[in-house]
Design a protein. Structure first.
Length: 251
């Protein structure tokens, strides 16, 4: 039996980093396979392998964060996979450079995967026998090409989505770490979390108007995290002011 804690199953450990799978991942996977019209429900073979591929891409993205965080002396021992992707619980040292590297390493994994997955697609297209019109002669061949095609698309979409400069997405956190060099920690967090909050509200309204449930859930998650970030930035600013006016606490 897999060990379960806080609604998550312990999958495995690699380099001292334990990977947990939240139960909601299975529920969402189930919904995708049951909902008509998704790639998962239309072809169960393609669906299963594409979903496992998505799982793998998210997982190594999170390992990118965790291993980068450790390389700069930070703490990272848990990766949790849940329906909105993965979360690497990283605590990099509180320096802008260390935070920047820990966050940027995740999307960098997707950048490295771009040529690898595209090469795999070219290889599949080259090796799998096709008719003169370019249609694979076997069902297995056409399924394999479809899976590799979807993995390329998923990796590209994840990269673009993660790089949106909207806190708490990776792009927003990268922007915050860059601003940190110039205007300090609390101010950079205040600006990027405010941008995140505005984008979440606008995105949530657009999602409601267009009936996109999944986008609405993401907007709520982003908005909630951005709001928390904004509150933390205010507490930080207060503490910074305190240190500024109390010479005995000066760092
Ligand atoms: Zn990430």
């Amino acid at each position: 039996m897999l060990e379960m804690r806080n609604g998550s199953w312990r999958l495995f450990q690699f380099r001292g980093i334990t990977v947990w799978l939240h139960w909601s991942w299975l529920v969402v996977a189930g919904i995708f396979f049951v909902l008509p019209g998704t790639i998962f429900s239309e072809n169960i073979f393609v669906g299963i392998f594409t979903y496992l591929g998505l799982f793998g891409i998210v997982l190594i993205h999170e390992f990118g964060h965790a291993l980068a965080c450790r390389s700069v002396g930070g703490k990272a021992d848990t990766i949790m996979l849940w329906p909105l992707g993965g979360i690497a619980f990283v605590q990099p040292p509180q320096r802008p450079g260390a935070v920047l590297w820990s966050i940027a390493a995740g999307p960098l994994v997707n950048v490295v995967l771009l040529p690898i997955l595209f090469g795999l697609y070219l290889l599949a297209a080259f090796l799998i026998p096709t008719t003169p019109e370019g249609i694979p002669t076997t069902i297995l061949g056409s399924n394999l090409i479809e899976i590799v095609y979807w993995l390329n698309s998923i990796n590209l979409v994840l990269l673009i989505f993660n790089m949106l400069p909207i806190y708490p997405l990776d792009g927003g956190q990268i922007l915050q770490a860059i601003l940190w060099f110039f205007i300090g920690r609390s101010r950079s967090l205040q600006i990027t979390s405010a941008i995140g909050l505005v984008c979440a509200i606008v995105g949530g309204i657009l999602a409601l108007m267009s009936g996109r449930t999944w986008l609405f859930i993401i907007a709520i998650f982003v908005g909630w995290q951005a709001y928390n970030g904004y509150r933390v930035s205010q507490i930080m600013a207060q503490q910074e002011n305190q240190y500024r006016f109390d010479p005995w606490n000066r760092r």
